[in-house]
Design a protein around this ligand. Structure first.
Ligand code: HEM
Length: 483
């Protein structure tokens, strides 16, 4: 009991101390209550009401920089006129990798190698993107199988009601891991459960760890994640699998081509010699792909389920035509599914992954467009509303329109301009610049196959009484949809 009390007291002391150290010294105005205690209270409030704090700042300070206290310390929100500056940055002043290190506490939740030698990003950008076409049959096969299991009605019933976000996360984890690791592990329910839990808890643990001195973060993560989340459980089956891959490669055997094989081709000798290190690359990519795609897929499906039968038939018709004219699922037919593509792009515009984006860390003082100087060491981000809801770019921005971009593509010559994976100043859910998401082409292929298969083989509807898609992050909080 004494031990527990000492631990709690030390933790509270450390938290207060760390908070005092991290309180706003930028000289910029900040939202929330004043003083160090106010900082703590506002940071706690940011866990559940970040959007309200952001709105408060935007209402008070407009495009001027201001600070929002968060669990990871002071976050400086900068105006949208700085987008080009952030996009063109080469990490020497406005740095992207460090913001990932900080927001995920990467050194402690994974390891420092992920940032020092980020070959998982290189593999995604090169080998994986080039091989997208060859993954299509496998993604389709796993989609068919996993959906027939997930959406099977109970005996004697004609339909099944499923919690959408939870189901989508499971489907994405399984289908993505078919490409990542092959048929055995992607159907191993224990592995899927553990890898999803790892991905879900990294962000939560990272927020907690940021409040502790650096030297305590790794032991705290080790202790806490040994009980819940963490890499230990998923690596129990992952490491033996990777050892098998490494052994096959050592014998010159040509194994089936999975993303893990691509990673292996780029892995340095010390990671090949230590599969525990190598396994973290697979976990890192799982982290990057599971929740991002599940959030997009869930929003898309909620909105598709809100359409009229006539509109849904229009989408189905376009999918069937694309499949007939191109001989089934392939890159050409997927690119002809413009209405699905448009729905996904509208999800990116309307929701993205949250209300802010282009998160970076300043490694030197940065001069903003209006002359404001932000000191080094601070996290910065851009509020997406000003970009994604600009009425001069997106007429009626508050309306979610599945066909917003497919209608534009009918009238314009350029085929890629309004496509889901095309990033630009006013469309940044995948980031911008040299670190823009390299996995977006895989995500687009996977989500389109899943949605197309679902629309052609199932009738979908919202649960009884619901007329419209849930708002914002209600989706992640787990509202149900009938299917
Ligand atoms: C709808 C799905 C996805 C969304 C919305 C998304 C979003 C993002 C964002 C916002 C970034 C940071 C960009 C920046 O700061 O400029 C990023 C980076 C990254 N994403 Fe994605 N992502 C998705 C799917 C995926 C998938 C499926 C993979 C892998 C298969 C992946 C792999 C990566 C990697 C490796 C990076 C780091 C790139 C670098 O540091 O150079 N993502 N993603």
């Amino acid at each position: 009991m004494m031990l527990l009390e000492t631990w709690v007291a030390t933790s509270v002391g450390l938290i207060v101390f760390t908070t005092y150290l991290t309180h706003n010294r930028t000289g910029l105005p900040r939202v929330g209550k004043g003083g160090p205690i106010g900082f703590i209270l506002t940071a706690l409030k940011s866990i559940t009401s970040f959007e309200d704090l952001l709105e408060e700042g935007l209402g008070k300070y407009g495009d001027k920089a201001f600070v929002v206290p968060t669990m990871a310390g002071s976050l400086v929100i900068i105006g949208i006129d700085n987008v080009e500056k952030v996009k063109n940055s080469d990490d020497s002043i406005i740095n992207q990798p460090l913001s990932v290190v900080e927001s995920l506490q990467l050194t402690h939740t994974m390891n420092s190698r992920q940032q020092a030698l980020p070959y998982q990003a290189v593999v995604t950008r090169t080998d994986l993107t080039r091989a997208i076409g060859s993954f299509i049959p496998e993604v389709l096969d796993e989609t068919r199988l996993s959906m027939s299991e997930a959406f099977a009605p109970k005996a004697g019933e004609k339909s099944a009601t499923v919690p959408l976000f939870h189901t989508m996360t499971h489907l994405i984890a399984r289908i993505s891991n078919r490409a990542m690791l092959g048929t055995t592990l992607c159907r191993n329910e224990t592995f899927l459960h553990d890898v999803i839990r790892f991905a879900e808890t990294v962000v939560l643990y990272a927020q907690l760890l940021a409040w502790f001195p650096k030297m305590l973060r790794s032991p705290i993560y080790f202790l806490a994640s040994s009980k819940y989340g963490g890499p230990r459980e998923p690596t129990k089956v992952l490491i033996p699998h990777l050892k098998g891959l490494i052994a096959e490669k050592g014998q010159g055997l040509e194994s089936s081509k999975t993303i893990a094989d691509f990673l292996l081709n780029h892995a340095p000798p010390e990671e090949i010699a230590n599969p525990e290190l190598f396994a973290m690359r697979v976990l890192n990519l799982n982290f990057g792909s599971i929740h991002t795609s599940s959030i997009f897929g869930s929003h898309a499906l909620f909105h598709l389920a809100s359409l009229s039968e006539g509109e849904l038939d229009g989408i189905r018709h376009e999918i069937v035509e694309a499949l007939d004219s191109e001989g089934g699922y392939n890159k050409a037919s997927l690119s002809k599914m413009r209405k699905l593509d448009s729905t996904l792009r509208e999800v990116g515009r309307f929701y993205g992954l949250g209300p802010i984006g282009l998160n970076r860390v300043l490694v030197k003082p940065a001069v903003l467009e209006d002359g404001t100087i932000v000191p080094p060491g601070y996290n910065i981000a851009i509020p997406l509303k000003g970009l994604h809801f600009d009425p001069s770019v997106y007429p009626e921005p508050e309306k979610f329109d599945c066909f917003r971009f497919s209608k534009l593509r009918e009238t314009e010559e350029s085929d890629v301009k309004h496509g889901f994976t095309t990033i630009e100043r006013n469309f940044v859910p995948f980031g911008l610049g040299r670190h823009a998401c390299p996995g977006r082409f895989f995500a687009s292929m996977e989500l389109k196959i899943m949605l197309a298969h679902m629309l052609l083989n199932y009738d979908i509807s919202l649960p009884d009484g619901a007329k419209e898609a849930p708002k914002g992050n209600e989706v992640q909080r787990g509202r149900d949809a009938g299917c």
